[in-house]
Design a protein around this ligand. Structure first.
Ligand code: PBG
Ligand code: ZN
Length: 329
């Protein structure tokens, strides 16, 4: 290697040539818009823990779909807040449940919008856990095998409503294979599964619990979500989901787990990263105080998530970032 003064790295950074050497660009097509839909309201309701985000009534969704399509954003991920909760999450698979109605409304308004749905029970159970709860050694816990049938029913009901991608987020063993079977048996072999395959038990989901009304009444999620300290276990989780037939793998949260994203590239499947509510709220809060420049910080985070290996980025900043990404192209 030539060294200084022959090798001058700053030559690459002359303003006129900088763009020639840009390795990673966030594209509008990479972004997925998460949306909260509350079937109990008829006007959009601001989410206190996530300034700038709202819960939408179902009636707003055709307009929201058109707005998102106008920004050229290809895809949304839906979270529902139902009118009724019970221990078995029955409102999660009702044909006229909040997500089922929401999917129909959005697909009717914009048929080529890719509609993804979160498949989980925590917004629909009165105890707030992600599936069926029962007695295990050590006390009340999420029951794995007993919850699989519930996930199958939720996923099939979303597909029947017209969902293009179902995204199971409960971190149950065997959930991807189980849902794949159920979808195929119902004739939905073309519906994709985006598995929350490496999902960590994170403190950064805090603002989401208010947004989606999905806080739990006892315990925590550490008996099903990953320990943030465990990289090899996280890679094994995603490897198993790939073997079970997942079409898209996911790492969640995104920004602190770039090593996991980078490692999962080797599996060869498309990779999604979920920049979660806490990652969003921290940037928003600092920007509101004038402590950081929001646009620079957001585009930096998204670029780094993509650089680490994400093909898709699920981010609450998607609508703003769509405009910024286009200007930077
Ligand atoms: C529910 C779910 C959660 C998130 C997405 N799906 C919360 C949790 O697992 O506790 C978090 C999203 C976010 O924080 O933005 N299974
Ligand atoms: Zn859940």
């Amino acid at each position: 290697m030539n060294v200084f003064p022959v090798r001058r790295m700053r030559r690459y950074r002359r303003r006129i040539v900088q763009e020639l050497f840009t390795e990673t660009c966030v594209h509008v097509n990479d972004l997925v818009v998460p949306l909260f839909v509350d079937e109990r309201i008829d006007r959009a309701l601001p989410i206190g823990s996530m300034p700038g985000q709202v819960r939408y009534p179902i009636g707003d969704l055709s307009g929201v779909a058109a707005r998102i399509a106008d920004l050229d954003l290809p895809s949304v991920l839906l979270f529902g807040i139902p009118a009724a909760k019970d221990p078995e999450a029955r409102s999660a698979f009702a044909p006229d449940g909040v997500i089922q109605r929401s999917v129909r409304a959005m697909k009717e308004a914009v048929p080529d919008l890719v509609v993804c749905t979160d498949v989980c029970a925590c917004e629909y159970t009165d105890h707030g856990h992600c599936g069926i709860i029962g007695e295990k050694a050590g006390g009340q816990d999420l029951l794995n095998d007993a919850s699989l049938e519930l996930m199958n029913r939720i996923a099939v009901s979303h597909a029947e409503a017209g969902a293009d991608v179902v995204a199971p987020s409960c971190m149950l063993d065997g959930m991807v294979a189980s849902i794949r079977d159920a979808l195929d048996e119902s004739g939905f072999e073309d519906v994709l599964i985006m598995s929350y395959s490496s999902k960590f038990a994170s403190g950064f989901y805090g603002p989401f619990r208010e947004a989606a009304d999905s806080g739990y009444s006892f315990g925590d999620r550490t008996t099903y979500q990953l320990n943030p300290s465990n990289a090899r276990e996280a890679i094994l989780e995603s490897t198993l989901d790939a073997e079970e037939g997942a079409d898209i793998l996911m790492v969640k949260p995104a920004g602190y787990y770039l090593d996991i994203l980078a490692a999962l590239r080797d599996l060869g499947l498309p990779l999604a990263a979920f920049q979660v509510s806490g990652e969003y709220a921290m940037i928003r809060a600092a920007a509101e105080r004038g402590w950081i420049d929001e646009r620079i910080a957001v585009m930096e985070c998204l670029t780094c998530i993509k650089r680490a290996g994400a093909d898709l980025i699920i981010t609450y900043f998607a609508e703003e970032a769509a405009g910024w990404a286009r200007e930077e192209q």
